[in-house]
Design a binder for this molecule. Structure first.
Ligand code: PLP
Length: 258
């Protein structure tokens, strides 16, 4: 069987822990084939974001078109979007796809180190991406900035509300689907400062799983298990919030499914 083709529309993280670099590692480790349409370049490390260079919308769309016209895609993952113009152009391009494929949207606003990755107009334009996404995966502050779970679900958005930023010994993620009862997954907190790229990794694992035909709840379970394995396998690089251990996470002995 051929690998699941995942088109990632996201930003580059020079330090390799988050963004496109985390996406490619995750999709590859889960047996998929990653393609990229890069929306922004960041100069950053585990301590912070030094500079951001946004890519013009026309060039982002050209990358998408080049991938889709030749290789095609079974799923799309959207991460850091770079500008409001890119958000609107990407939403319009994905809406025009003749084939219905799963789209995972991680509404990235702030890096784990605190660097701002989306300005106000970009966040306002996220509505156009949520409207075409199969699932949107905000963390706690992102969900608040987007108006809260009730507003999103009543607008027809499927939300995986990530609880990793909450305090406490147990971490819960809850899937809210319009017209359905919420479903929650919980597990003991993994105590570590090395959480850079967890959001990117979860969303890419979801996209790779949905693209291979898994149901959304099954994809959430697989993605959570992969992220937990990668957290446990973090190499401890950098003086700040360091990267995950994407390669070692494929070791089933490290996958804590509790
Ligand atoms: N995308 C890019 C390019 C980033 O640099 C970052 C964080 O630094 C993110 C997304 C979001 O990272 P996280 O997965 O830690 O939320």
């Amino acid at each position: 069987m051929k690998p699941t083709r995942v088109l990632v529309i996201a930003g580059s993280d020079s330090s390799g822990g988050a963004g496109i670099q985390a996406d490619i590692k995750t999709i590859t480790m889960l047996g998929g084939y990653a393609m990229t349409a890069i929306t922004a370049l960041t100069a950053q490390n585990t301590l912070g974001v030094a500079q951001v260079l946004s890519i013009p919308a026309g060039f982002v769309i050209a990358q998408i078109d080049a991938c889709l016209a030749d290789i095609g895609a079974d799923a799309v993952k959207i991460g850091m979007i770079g500008s409001a113009a890119v958000a609107v152009a990407v939403a319009a391009r994905l809406q025009s796809l003749d084939q219905h494929i799963p789209i995972v949207f991680d509404p990235v606003m702030v890096a784990t180190s605190g660097g701002v990755l989306a300005d106000g107009p970009t966040i306002a334009a996220f509505a156009s991406l949520m409207a075409i996404a199969t699932v949107t995966t905000p963390n706690i502050p992102e969900l608040a900035a987007l108006g809260g779970v009730e507003a999103l679900v009543s607008a027809g958005v499927t939300v995986l509300a990530k609880g990793g930023d909450a305090h406490g010994a147990v971490i819960s993620d809850t899937l809210h689907r319009p017209g359905e009862a919420p479903r929650t997954w919980s597990a003991p907190r993994i105590e570590t400062r090395h959480t850079h790229g967890t959001g990117c990794t979860l969303a890419s694992a979801l996209a790779a799983s949905l693209g291979s035909g898994m149901s959304l709840p099954d994809a959430v379970e697989r993605a959570r298990a992969y992220v937990r394995g990668a957290l446990l396998a973090a190499p401890g690089f950098g003086a700040g919030s360091g990267p995950l251990g994407h390669a070692a996470a494929a070791d089933p002995a490290k996958l804590n499914r509790s």
